[in-house]
Write a protein that binds this ligand. Sequence first.
Ligand code: AP5
Length: 218
Amino acid sequence: MKRKVVVFCGPPGAGKGTQARNFAQARGYRHLATGDLMRSERESGSPLGRRFDQYMRAGKLVPDDLVFDLVSQELELAGEDGLVFDGFPRTAAQAEQLDIILRETGRAIGRVVWLEVPTQELVRRLSGRRVCVNCGQVYHVDYTPPPASGLCKNCGQGPIVQRKDDEPDIIRNRVASYDLQTRPLLDYYKARDLVNLVDGVGSTETVSERVATAVVTA
Ligand code: AP5
């Protein structure tokens, strides 16, 4: 039987990537992060990657039809694996489409983990974030500083850089997109009794423990 699906939602910088990656590793689930997939397509220099870039660098959401194509391709590769979605769905249309795809492939959402972090802390996290270009390992200049050698502790390579969309003006646009288009999904999933609101403030380990407690059965 195909294993369940866990969805990580929350505002930009809430720690979705950090927590979803840890959770997937601990449970042996496949981690599917639409932002990472889009960045990787962008780095390839493909026409699709250039289309993603137009939206991402402005802090706007990529149009739903492009996101569906990306997610559908990844789901075909997933086989029987359990899935952790990170940064998807982000609009009502994406949530509805996800329901359809999951139904067609014999899966169901087991839990939606909604990370809550105050806006001031989100801005602090995003402005200090650094990312390994090679493997995607995430650092923070104050909380989890990158090694002084400049080489990533995870893959031994690099470089470790600031994301293009972590500039103050773009962060503001991303938070606005979240408030307008993604936050309403909270009610959509609450109505189906799928949501666990998780306090995202505290050390990474503390938040991981809260997530593990929230997702006992999926
Ligand atoms: P995406 O890459 O998904 O970005 P995001 O949702 O804005 O989320 P972030 O990656 O910025 O933050 P996060 O919550 O993962 O936090 P992280 O763990 O890194 O999307 C980027 C763009 O792609 C979008 O703007 C859009 O254009 C497009 N896109 C992607 N998906 C799409 C979709 N489905 N539809 C349409 N468009 C889409 O942590 C942040 C920082 O905080 C790090 O430095 C980390 O080290 C630190 N940190 C984490 N946890 C803690 C903690 N507990 N304490 C202290 N610091 C912490």
